[in-house]
Ligand binder design. Structure first.
Ligand code: SF4
Ligand code: SF4
Length: 386
């Protein structure tokens, strides 16, 4: 086996896949936006085209890199795991709180974790409703972490107390995303129908920082914030040291009448956001996803096929599996198999989770590391590697 030389393609010399583990907490190495942590001590760097940029790339290390690549490819399946529809808020654009309160049973949770593990799912969004309302929430996080998954939870922030932040840290969760609609408390209260939601959310972000939990703000785009959207992103970054994720409204989640906006406003905003990203503001969405929204609103050809139901699924409290919020049930989790996961290439909506992660996952599966590198999206780091 020969060693890699600087500038040489890793694929030229690698022949076999052997034991290597992709851990997040030991011997961290930063490669672009990724952190890669080989278990053993050999130092190496390589860029996203698999070109070695450091000497001493031994054969042993080469084998490990091969395994890292396969781990990358395995990491590209995502699940929204809805452990409850119960919520502290009464948001205008959401249907969950209007339904009878339901909590996922332990048996369905365990079945889901086991089935998805077998199908190569790696990235779990433990969500609701308000997921922290589930009495077993912290146990669920620990179980998923014990199995080696990446775990993120979105929350409206109303339950991010000091005690819960500490328990989140102890659970080993990888990241938490907090809903922020506006930096004007009156607007936030009106949208969420929870007095003081903005205060709780901002305080929650501080507590997450205090306990060292990576965090981001989910900012749902709507008519109440479209005029101040760029300012919100800038302020969250500059004043609250928090990166943001643009979330696009989806009729499958709830009524859109109160939150819709017009095409001109949206296209203007997207141009502003693309500039903000270039200027280095931490808007975590992939640039191509922002362009895709613009293409859709300008009636241009869509370029990102959505693979909801293949790279990404929703699993609900009762074990129902759906490709996304808008399509019918695939099956019950008990019956989910590799044959149930199909690539449809849909372009019916603009839901951030499904479209953006279809794009990212597909780039990973096709090993388009250069495209991913060009995106320089911290989303990759936040949602894949913690
Ligand atoms: S949008 Fe989120 S915070 Fe609002 S009611 Fe629905 S689940 Fe709760
Ligand atoms: S484009 Fe929208 S409707 Fe179609 S599969 Fe993706 S999330 Fe579902």
């Amino acid at each position: 086996m020969k060693n890699l030389k600087i500038g040489e393609k890793v694929s030229n010399v690698l022949t076999n896949r052997k034991l290597i583990k992709f851990t997040k907490h030991r011997h961290k190495r930063r490669i672009g936006n990724f952190k890669i942590a080989p278990i053993l001590q050999n130092d190496f760097y390589l860029d996203f085209q698999g070109v070695a940029t450091n000497v001493n790339f031994s054969a042993k290390t080469s084998k490990r890199f091969r395994k890292i690549l396969s781990e990358f490819i395995k990491t590209c399946r995502f699940v929204n795991l809805f452990i409850t529809n119960s919520c502290t808020c009464r948001c205008t654009m959401c249907n969950f709180w209007r339904q009878n309160k339901t909590f996922m049973k332990d048996s369905i949770f365990m079945k889901t974790a086991n089935v998805l593990e077998g199908l190569g799912f790696y990235n779990f969004s433990l969500t609701g409703g308000e997921p922290l309302l589930h009495p077993k929430y912290f146990d669920f996080v620990k179980i998923l972490k014990h199995k080696g998954f990446y775990v993120n939870s979105p929350t409206n922030g109303t339950l991010l107390t000091e005690r819960n932040a500490k328990r989140l840290r102890e659970s080993g969760i990888d990241s938490v995303s907090v809903s922020i609609d506006s930096l004007n408390p009156e607007v936030a209260d009106k949208v969420r129908h929870y007095p003081g939601q903005l205060h709780s959310a901002l305080n929650g972000l501080k507590l997450l920082k205090k306990y060292g939990i990576p965090s981001s703000a989910i900012v749902l785009l709507a008519k109440h914030n479209i005029h101040e959207y760029s300012e919100i992103i800038k302020k969250l970054d500059a004043e609250y040291d928090t990166p943001s994720i643009l979330c696009f409204p989806d009729a499958g989640i709830g009524p859109l009448e109160d939150i819709n906006f017009n095409k001109d406003e949206l296209v203007k905003l997207l141009d502003e956001l693309l500039i903000l990203k270039k200027e280095g503001y931490r808007l975590l969405n992939a640039t191509e996803y922002l362009r895709e929204i613009k293409r859709a609103y300008l009636n241009q050809k869509r370029c990102i096929p959505c693979y909801g139901g293949y790279y990404y699924v929703n699993v609900y409290w009762d074990g129902r599996v759906t490709p996304c919020f808008n399509k019918g049930t695939i099956c019950h989790i008990n019956d989910l198999s590799v044959d149930s996961l199909r690539k449809r290439g849909c372009t019916d909506c603009l839901n951030q989770c499904f479209i953006e992660f279809s794009y990212i996952s597909d780039c990973m599966a096709r090993k388009k590391f250069f495209t991913l590198w060009k995106e320089r999206s911290e989303t990759l780091e936040l949602h894949f590697l913690g």
